[in-house]
Design a protein around this ligand. Sequence first.
Ligand code: ADP
Ligand code: ADP
Length: 237
Amino acid sequence: MLDIIALNKTYRTGDRALDDVSLTLPKGQVVGLIGPSGAGKSTLIRCINRLVEPSAGEVRLNGTALTSLSGQGLRQARRRIGMIFQEYALVERLTVMENVLSGRLGYVSFWRSFTRRFPGRDIARAYQLLERVGLSDHVDKRADALSGGQRQRVGIARALEQEPELLLVDEPTASLDPRTSRQIMRLLTEICRENELPAIVNIHDVLLAKQFTDRIIGLRAGKVVFDGRPEELTENV
Ligand code: ADP
Ligand code: ADP
């Protein structure tokens, strides 16, 4: 479970990007984060994993106060949060399997540890995840030989490989065509339900958010202006 309590962020420039944001995500809930450009969506996601330092407030992940950690403690806590990106952030010249295994090591330690052999159980789990996302026939292909939809499937498998307690997903379909976007969103929400994994999805496409998420949070000028079920969203937030 994720608890965000009275989170505030004012940048040094004076921009108030988050204005008292509070929300609780139960296990398995997929939240679509919508709102116009500049509403604070990226800032909210970045404050959760502390890529941006909040000005005030607290973020708790299954009891751990992420906002009061530093150094090694923060690095360990970040390993509990899976990230999925708009541009996939794959290592292009590595294979699908290698990209997925990189999730287990973490992005920083990946290069240092790459020559180390992975235990068989890690490879078995990566293979299972690749099966789940529909890529078991592409395990040894290089990332740069994949389509956009396939790349995002690798991104999803890599995030799951680290056995996260939370997924933060930043515009996962912004580089994909409409049909592939729907497939990716369906896969993402199914996987979250199967694994009781909560997710926050920054999604600019309101129709996709309505179709595939369990709950919509609308942000505007750093404030939560809508928090409800997708079918309750009647106008654009
Ligand atoms: P969104 O993701 O909804 O487009 P952002 O979180 O990127 O919104 O931005 C929220 C507000 O914070 C905007 O006014 C933006 O200009 C400002 N902002 C975002 N990042 C920074 C930054 N690094 N420094 C200063 N202001 C920023
Ligand atoms: P995104 O594509 O995630 O919305 P942007 O294109 O808005 O990101 O911003 C790109 C980078 O610039 C980000 O690191 C963001 O934090 C930073 N940024 C955004 N708005 C501002 C701002 N007003 N002042 C300084 N930095 C900003």
